[in-house]
Design a protein around this ligand. Structure first.
Ligand SMILES: C[S@@+](CC[C@H](N)C(=O)[O-])C[C@H]1O[C@@H](n2cnc3c(N)ncnc32)[C@H](O)[C@@H]1O
Length: 216
């Protein structure tokens, strides 16, 4: 039986999390999700995503072609979307998280495995040479280890990969705290933004930012 860890019971004292502000700290994100640091968190990182999937499926139905998930972790969401028949692409920084995900997808039928494509990379700086109708950052990962400079780089990378009429979704519980920053980003890049509630599962609800490029 799957063990579900209540995040409220996790001891985060050894956790490196937080927003990095220096180059040195930014280099650290690759280690944040190392085997050693994630061992006690696997149940949390692998938490059920029924609520998120229910929220995402109508978006998946709307788009042509695959979606792209940034900071795709151990492929928790990608696996479920692939099981629903969708092709999914992901970018993930931690080799350990990719390895955890690969172990899980190896147990899926070959046709489902073939729908999942992950590369190791940095969500602030990647170039896939193609666009997507839906790009998402679930599980509060935009601010997990980035400062405003890094977050803006990430938004620029998203916009570079967004198909005409495409949508991006960012799970962002800190929306109110960062409302001033989103306002600047909205103006700077000509975006339409709104927030919606997405029920995650047993523990909490998230504020989901739904964004797109404004049409002229
Ligand atoms: C909370 S986990 C979320 C994983 C997955 N999206 C999910 O919903 O289960 C955050 C992930 O972000 C990854 N990450 C952090 N900074 C990153 C960056 N700059 N580029 C790519 N991945 C990054 C971490 O390695 C980790 O796997």
């Amino acid at each position: 039986m799957r063990q579900i860890i209540d995040p409220r019971t996790i001891d985060f004292s050894a956790w490196h999390g937080g927003i990095s502000t220096t180059e040195e700290e930014r280099g650290e994100w690759n280690n944040m999700y190392s085997a050693e640091r994630t061992r006690s968190l696997n149940g949390y990182l692998d938490r059920p995503c029924d609520g998120e999937i229910k929220y995402l499926l109508p978006f998946m139905r709307q788009i042509q072609g695959p979606s792209l998930e940034l900071a795709s972790g151990a492929m928790r969401i990608m696996m479920q979307l692939a099981l629903h028949g969708y092709e999914v692409h992901g970018i993930e920084g931690s080799p350990h998280m990719i390895e955890l995900g690969q172990k899980k997808i190896a147990t899926l039928p070959p046709e489902v495995q073939r729908r999942i494509h992950v590369i190791q990379g940095d969500m602030r700086d990647f170039s896939l040479g193609r666009t997507f109708g839906l790009i998402m950052i679930p599980f509060d990962s935009l601010w997990h280890n980035l400062n405003e400079i890094g977050a803006e780089q990430c938004i620029m990378a998203i916009l570079k990969h967004l198909a005409p009429g495409g949508i991006f979704l960012i799970d962002t519980p800190k929306f109110d705290e960062k409302a001033y920053w989103w306002e600047t980003i909205k103006e700077k890049f000509g975006l339409a933004l709104r927030t919606e509630t997405c029920t995650h599962g047993p523990f909490h609800q998230a504020e989901m930012l739904v964004g797109s490029k404004k049409t002229k």
